[in-house]
Design a protein around this ligand. Structure first.
Ligand SMILES: *Cc1c(COP(=O)(O)O)cnc(C)c1O
Length: 369
């Protein structure tokens, strides 16, 4: 048996008829940028996340940058201010901070949840700290209760990078994207809610941030040729918005399937020294990926590939060891480095079958290494 890591064509197949209708509708209407589809998606996604506002933008990186630039223009942050961020996040979280002339302050991961270690946040707060960027890595909600409490106590803004956590809920049913002052989403095709191209969004309950981001994504204007600030061009387009409206209907069902597959992996994987994601998080993990840790990760990956099982590593090199951030090469984050050296993401998507998960698990259990 061959098991792909992620087959996007298969992921979109159940939606094919509706996606065809939606795209034909946009083509026939002949309006492609900032129209009825974007507006409808913004309303539907805000309602889904349980927030007051959603602004459709070009991609997830821009969503983060638009939040930071808007906060600077509103006087909530200044160049050089510090933002606390988990050291083991995808590099986009860091890039958005440094591109906004803000200073990322890296905090190590918690070795159980793989999210920011909330016990290490307060020790890095200085007089320049203005915000915490929570990242719901791999689809698991960060400890938002603790982060809200710390942000509140130190008068910091709280942002979310929710690019991997569409639809993740806490025990009260509150959704990713609604816990802080503003949140960034990516709808890159492989995300839990994926477009058929690049797309992103900002969600917020903060009316000033909402207005500023809305202006900033479109050349700093709300009215054509009237520019109130020096904006970006980063707009969700009508076609992607129409496609996302279709796929939003299936998001909860798709996430529920991912959760069932995660249960199957847990039921079947028996390989010694393999660490599976913590089980204590039923709803709050939407398994953007299913990360396992193994001391011989590289050999395990090679063996699985020989057996027809495709896997990925999220991520092989942490941001502070990337050439792009050579200025951080002396920093040391033991949990982050441990995760990066032993993490392997197993096949996971809304269209993998229980048989495939069983097969992958059995192959893993026979790993000779
Ligand atoms: C995908 C991702 C982003 C960036 O999204 P793009 O749409 O690719 O710009 C940011 N943060 C995290 C954690 C991501 O996984």
């Amino acid at each position: 048996m061959n098991v792909k890591f992620l087959d996007l064509k298969a992921v979109n197949k159940p939606y094919m008829a509706e996606l065809n209708d939606a795209s034909r509708f946009v083509l026939e209407r002949g309006w492609y940028i900032l129209g009825k589809e974007v507006e409808a998606f913004e309303n539907e996604f805000a309602a889904y996340c349980g927030v007051a506002h959603c602004i459709g933008v070009g991609n997830g990186l821009d969503a983060l940058r638009l939040i930071f630039e808007s906060c600077k223009q509103l006087g909530l942050m200044e160049p050089g201010d510090e933002i606390i961020v988990p050291a083991n996040t995808f590099i986009a979280s860091m890039l958005a901070i440094t591109q906004s002339h803000l200073q990322p302050i890296l905090v190590d991961a918690d070795p159980i949840s793989y999210n920011i270690d909330v016990h290490k946040v307060e020790e890095v707060i200085t007089s320049r700290t203005r915000a915490v960027l929570a990242v719901h890595l791999y689809g698991r909600l960060a400890d938002v209760t603790a982060l809200q409490e710390i942000s509140h106590r130190h008068n910091l803004l709280l942002f979310e990078d929710a690019a991997q956590a569409h639809g993740a809920r806490d025990e009260q049913g509150q959704l990713a994207g609604s816990f802080g002052d503003a949140a960034a989403f990516s709808f890159y095709p492989g995300k839990n809610l994926g477009a058929l191209g690049d797309a992103g969004a900002v969600t917020t309950n903060h009316s000033q941030i909402h207005e500023q981001v809305r202006m900033m994504r479109n050349y700093g204007s709300l009215q054509k040729y009237n520019h109130l600030c020096k904006g970006f061009n980063s707009r969700l387009d009508e076609l992607q918005a129409a496609l996302l409206r279709v796929k939003l209907h299936g998001l909860d069902q798709d996430n529920a399937h991912r959760q069932r597959l995660a249960d199957e992996y847990r039921k079947h994987i028996r390989l010694k020294d393999t660490v599976l994601p913590d089980v204590n998080v039923r709803q709050s993990h939407v398994y953007h990926v299913f990360p396992v840790l193994h001391p011989n990760r590289d050999e395990l990956q090679k063996y699985l590939s020989e057996q027809g099982v495709e896997t990925l590593i999220h991520y092989p090199v942490p941001p502070h060891k990337q050439q792009a951030y050579h200025e951080w090469e002396r920093l040391c984050f033991p949990a982050t480095e441990y995760i990066h050296s032993s993490e392997l993401s197993l096949p996971m998507s809304p269209v993998h079958s229980f048989d495939e998960i069983f097969y992958v698990s059995e192959v893993i259990n026979r790993f000779p290494g």
